[in-house]
Design a protein around this ligand. Sequence first.
Ligand code: SF4
Length: 146
Amino acid sequence: MISRKFGPNVRIAKVLTDIPLDIDHPVEFGVKLFCEMCRKCSNACPVKAIANEKPQSEAPNISSHKAITKWTVNAEKCFKFWVGSNSDCAICIRVYPYNKDYSKWWNRVGIKLANSPLRSLMLWLNDAVGFGIRMQPETWWNRNSN
Ligand code: SF4
């Protein structure tokens, strides 16, 4: 799920209530068009666990989500890679252009560009500033301790 305000940085939680609520619907704001152009996640995946063709509702295996038309992750390929690496991976998350800190104004401008006809400019800017490049651990720690 990608929100217009927070990108993919959203985690769903349950709240139990008896308040009468209206059911809303998915909001289209250009993500699919951006993803069709980008494909950074599937290109970067070391085991090609993210489909690179059109979105599908069929799951590649029993371990993957089904019944939603999307670029479904082949969970068995993905987790097999994790097990073989003795760690998790998250390369797809690192390179994902929507995965940004939206408390920063420039990233809020970026998501507006991504969801507009200027989406290819956003992708170019994303690469120009080096977003998604792997950092050395000390670089990351020093950056966040200042
Ligand atoms: S976590 Fe790694 S192996 Fe799994 S889908 Fe993402 S890039 Fe591929």
